[in-house]
Design a protein around this ligand. Structure first.
Ligand SMILES: [Zn+2]
Length: 145
């Protein structure tokens, strides 16, 4: 048996799914070839990890569930403060910017470009907040009055 063949059959050898004859050939080769027996050890440990993960399946599920709940709680806790305090600040910042660009509009091209650059800096930030919190924004009821 060649190394290539042995390597391709290692998994079946471990699962004892080979013919008796092949099993013997594999055993023979593995006891004589260090590179193939190394591969066997590697494969064994990889399978060992998989087996371990199977038995621990309930645990990571619990952890991720707990983490999700924790994040959810955090979000609930942060959201109202965030929208109530930060949104007005951003809105007034944009307002000031709009007035600023209105005053300087047409008077100086350089100032104009500067203003455009400034609004480009703030716009993505503002859009990002919009995208993430639009539902909560309306759910929160904070701005309906
Ligand atoms: Zn070999």
């Amino acid at each position: 048996m060649e190394c290539k063949e042995v390597n391709s059959k290692l998994i079946f050898y471990l699962e004892k799914e080979l013919l008796k004859d092949e099993m013997l050939q594999m055993e023979n080769h593995l006891s004589n070839c260090s590179s193939c027996s190394d591969s066997l050890v590697l494969l064994q440990s990889a399978l060992g990890i998989i087996e371990k993960e199977k038995t621990l399946q309930a645990n990571p599920y619990f952890v991720s569930k707990t983490m999700n709940r924790f994040k959810e709680e955090q979000r609930k806790a942060n959201q109202p403060v965030f929208t109530r305090l930060l949104m007005p600040v951003l809105v007034s910042m944009l307002f000031v910017l709009a007035i600023g660009s209105g005053i300087f509009m047409g008077s100086n091209f350089a100032t104009d470009t500067e203003n455009i650059q400034q609004s480009n800096l703030i716009d993505p930030y503002f859009n990002e907040i919009d995208n993430e919190t639009i539902e909560l924004f309306f759910l929160n009821d904070g701005y309906h009055e």
